[in-house]
Design a protein around this ligand. Structure first.
Ligand code: PGA
Length: 262
């Protein structure tokens, strides 16, 4: 259910926790850490590799935790060897799906056009898309960050009508700031705010202000428990997409608490 007040701490495990002992260790520690967690208006969204989805959904039963996938295909079923259907994800316990992540764009050739059709398919299957946009290092250097955000967002949302926009979460994730790209600094608070304001403005122009305000805009890129306040809370983001730090359950919960304002 959409609730403007509900913020999101989205864990993107990527292709990690691969060995079964790592997974077991993570789940045990998460369940321990979760017992002490104080979250009032923040939801944790755990996005493991899809083969683990079922295990996560069965082991973690909490009002404050939901599940997601890291990608899906644009068709619901049929002869598409190796692809994963949004409908299958939904029936396997996912409520969200990350789409357009920069690693999908880089290694799997995903374009904004592909992201747009995947958004459509995800919504059809009742999944809430978490759509990643953001400039790369070269675009940042040439001062094109806002232009890139503008183009990506408009292309990704081109077919989404008024009634459905509130189901989408937008993640501003500067590609250069992702931990695996070894950033030597993170975006300044005013840069994150600028990106957020631009996204809100595009949504307001395309839909209307009331609709635009229902869309959650989160930040991604090297979020940890030391910088979460600076990159998420202070710029007024509605949550975070968390990669590396999500592999440590206590850190993940701490970040969620910071986002929650605890
Ligand atoms: P990071 O990853 O937190 O390790 O930078 C975030 C992401 O790529 O979604």
């Amino acid at each position: 259910m959409i609730n403007k007040q509900e913020k999101l701490a989205v864990a993107n495990f990527k292709m990690n926790l691969s060995a079964s002992y790592e997974l077991k260790h993570w789940l045990t520690n998460f369940l321990k850490a979760k017992q002490k967690a104080r979250l009032e208006e923040t939801k944790l969204v755990l996005c493991p590799q899809i083969t683990y989805l079922d295990q996560f959904a069965k082991k973690i039963k909490s009002r404050q935790v939901e599940f997601g996938a890291q990608d899906c295909f644009w068709e619901q079923k049929g002869a598409f060897t190796g692809a994963v259907s949004p409908a299958t994800l939904y029936s396997g316990g996912a409520q969200y799906v990350i789409l357009g992540h920069s690693e999908r764009r880089k290694y799997f050739g995903e374009t904004d056009e592909i992201v747009a059709v995947k958004i459509e398919a995800a919504l059809k299957a009742s999944l809430q898309p978490i759509v990643c946009i953001g400039e790369n290092a070269q675009e940042k250097r040439t001062g094109s960050s806002l232009r890139v955000i503008d183009q990506q967002l408009k292309k990704c949302l081109k077919d989404i009508g008024r009634g459905r926009i509130e189901k989408i979460v937008i993640c501003y994730e500067p590609v250069w700031a992702i931990s695996s790209n070894d950033p030597d600094h993170l975006p300044e608070m005013n840069e994150i705010m600028e990106a957020k304001l631009l996204i809100r403005k595009i949504l307001t122009d395309q839909y209307d202000r009331r609709m635009a305000e229902k869309v959650r805009i989160i930040y991604g890129g090297s979020v940890d428990n030391k910088n979460a306040n600076e990159v998420c809370v202070e710029p007024g983001m509605d949550g975070a997409l968390i990669g590396k730090a999500s592999l440590a359950p206590y850190d993940l919960i701490k970040i969620a608490e910071i986002i929650d304002g605890q």
